[in-house]
Design a binder for this molecule. Sequence first.
Ligand SMILES: O=C(CO)[C@H](O)[C@H](O)COP(=O)(O)O
Length: 230
Amino acid sequence: MTALSDKDQMKKKVGEYAATFIQNGTAIGIGTGSTAYWMIMALGAKVREGFQITAVPTSRATVELAQAQGIPLATLNDVDRLALTIDGADEVDPAFQLIKGGGGAHLQEKMVAAASDRMIVIADEQKLVNRLGKFPLPIEVIPFGWKQVQRRVAALGCPSSEIRQRDGKPWITDHGNYILDAHFGAIADAPALGHALHEIPGVVEHGLFIGLATEVLVGYADGTVKELRK
Ligand SMILES: O=C(CO)[C@H](O)[C@H](O)COP(=O)(O)O
């Protein structure tokens, strides 16, 4: 097995640490991405030791990973509320506002987080920012007429954006849509921008997570994990 990079070590530490927050007998949301991967692997080990859990996955990729680990799954329609969601992020600011959607799963991730009593964000230290916006903001859009959405996004102060591509073709989300990656630069008022984006016909969901994260766990290069408080 190849050695993990320093960054992957941070992700592994924080993902595994987060799994210790999961309580036996609860229903939880499980995130998507390379940090959530380690939390799901650790959860799989707990399940094999007899832990009783029901997990609502946030993407098809997470369904496959969790199934391979033998983690019992449910859909969001099967549950009333979730005790906890654990998920990664692309950027985290001091007010625990997030940019998510680097993996294009932010639509389901936001629905699952919103149905959860707590959202624990797991991130390596490189994800911490003073102001959101260096990471391009993922916006899930209906393929029909997406250029109209792009114009409206530009009018909100976004100088450039592009449809996410794979192998020269638009990358398609789990829900059959495109992702518009919008380069806003430093975002002065994330809640206001989030509301404005929701006013654009054709926007399905954007990657600004406001008022959802309750706790942030950060993995540092020295191997430590810190729990941030607001
Ligand atoms: O929002 C996400 C997927 O839609 C991920 O949580 C985010 O992109 C962070 O991913 P990673 O842990 O691989 O850096």
